[in-house]
Design a protein around this ligand. Structure first.
Ligand code: ADP
Ligand code: MG
Length: 263
C-alpha cells in the first residue's frame, strides 16, 4: 500500500455539512483508481486531505506505513506526484526549468542539477508530448499545453504514485486520450494512480476501480461495471442516463434527452 486514507472527514470553517464525510480509499501499486462525482461532491477535498493540505476532523492518512504527519513535505514529493485542479502561474519560467524544479525534492536545496535530473526532465516532457515546448515561457502556453507540462512535472519527480485532479480539463480528444494512455501505461509499470475526472466513459475504460462521491460521501466503490449503474448515476448527477457497453465490455454512459428512455 502506498497511501491510505481511512474514514476521512473534512469540514471547512463556517460550513454546516462536512465537505468530506468518512471517506476511505487507498492507492496501490499497479492500480488506477478514478474518483468521480458531481461538482462540489468533495473530490478535490479528498485529494487535499490525502496530501495533508486541509485539516481532517476525523480519520487517518498513512503514507507507506507512516502517518502522513510524520513526513516532511519534500519527502512526500519523492513518493507522490501531484497535479492539482488549479494552479496560477505567478512566476513565468521556461517550461524545462519549471519541470526541473520538480527535481529539487530529490536534490536538496542549493544543489546543482545533475545529468540524471536533466534526463528525467526530458523523459517526462517527452512522455507528455511536451518536449517541443521546452523553451517556451509557461505564461505563453495554451490551457492544454500547460496541463501536459504539469503532468510532466509530476512525472519528473519519479514518484511511486500519481494523484491527478481533472488532468484532462482543456485537452482535446487526442491529448485527453494520451493522458489516460500515459497514466494507464505508468500504472501497468507499477505506479499507483488516482485520477479525479468527469469523463465517466474514459474512467470506465481505463480505471481498475471507481470511487463515486456525492455530497461528501462515498456512494459506490468498486469495479466500473458495479459503480456505473444507471439508476445510481441518474440520482447522483441529477440527470437521467442510460448505460450501455462498449466492445471491451466497459460500461458506457449515454445521457438521455427529455422524453428518451433507457436501453
Ligand atoms: P469537487 O472537487 O468534487 O468539485 P470540492 O472538494 O472542491 O469538490 O468541494 C467540496 C465542497 O467544499 C464544496 O461545497 C465546496 O464549495 C466546498 N469547499 C471547497 N474548498 C473550500 C474552502 N477552501 N473553503 C470552504 N469551502 C470549500
Ligand atoms: Mg475539484
Amino acid at each position: 500500500m502506498i497511501l491510505q486514507g481511512k474514514d476521512l472527514t473534512v469540514r471547512y470553517a463556517g460550513a454546516e455539512a462536512p465537505a468530506l464525510d468518512r471517506v476511505s480509499m487507498d492507492v496501490r501499486p499497479g492500480r488506477l483508481l478514478a474518483v468521480v462525482g458531481p461538482n462540489g461532491s468533495g473530490k478535490s477535498t479528498l485529494m487535499k486531505a490525502l496530501l495533508g493540505l486541509v485539516p481532517v476532523e476525523h480519520g487517518t492518512v498513512v503514507l507507506r506505513e507512516r502517518p502522513l504527519a510524520a513526513w516532511r513535505r519534500a519527502e512526500i514529493a519523492t513518493v507522490l506526484g501531484v497535479v492539482s485542479q488549479r494552479e496560477e502561474i505567478l512566476y513565468p519560467l521556461r517550461v524545462e526549468d519549471t519541470v526541473l524544479m520538480a527535481r529539487y525534492a530529490r536534490l536538496g536545496p542549493l544543489a546543482a542539477p545533475r545529468a540524471e535530473d536533466h534526463a528525467a526532465v526530458r523523459s517526462a516532457l517527452e512522455r507528455c508530448d511536451a518536449w517541443a515546448l521546452r523553451d517556451r515561457r509557461t505564461d505563453t502556453l495554451s490551457g492544454g499545453e500547460w496541463q501536459r507540462v504539469r503532468v510532466a512535472r509530476a512525472l519528473a519527480q519519479e514518484p511511486e504514485a500519481l494523484l491527478l485532479d481533472e488532468p484532462t480539463v482543456a485537452l482535446d480528444v487526442r491529448h485527453e486520450m494520451e493522458v489516460f494512455e500515459l497514466v494507464r501505461a505508468l500504472t501497468d509499470g507499477g505506479l499507483g494512480s488516482v485520477v479525479i475526472t468527469h469523463h465517466l466513459n474514459l474512467a470506465a475504460r481505463y480505471a481498475d476501480a471507481l470511487l463515486m462521491l456525492d455530497r461528501g460521501r462515498a456512494v459506490a466503490d468498486g469495479p466500473p461495471g458495479e459503480v456505473l449503474d444507471a439508476g445510481l448515476l441518474s440520482s447522483v448527477f441529477g440527470w437521467p442516463v442510460a448505460v450501455t457497453a462498449w466492445r471491451d465490455g466497459s460500461p458506457q454512459l449515454v445521457p438521455l434527452r427529455p422524453g428518451e428512455t433507457g436501453v
